[in-house]
Design a protein. Structure first.
Length: 71
């Protein structure tokens, strides 16, 4: 079932706001770091990668207070 047009339009409006998000930036940084480490032969298990993302997101949730919709 395709998404209704208002949902698609709302998602498109959120894209520029993602660039203002510290949490999104932190997640991109973690993903990039894990990718670089893998290129050097340091592979992390999926469980470890998930745990790292959870920890980073919990820390970012404690640091950031303003919702993305208000940015």
């Amino acid at each position: 079932m395709p998404l209704p047009i208002p949902i698609i339009l709302a998602a498109i409006e959120m894209v520029p706001k993602l660039f203002k998000s510290k949490t999104a930036g932190a997640n991109v940084g973690v993903g990039a770091a894990i990718t670089v480490l893998a290129q050097f032969g340091i592979n992390a298990s999926p469980e470890l990668v998930s745990a790292i993302f959870v920890i980073v997101n919990v820390i970012m949730r404690m640091i950031t207070k303003q919702p993305l919709s208000e940015k």
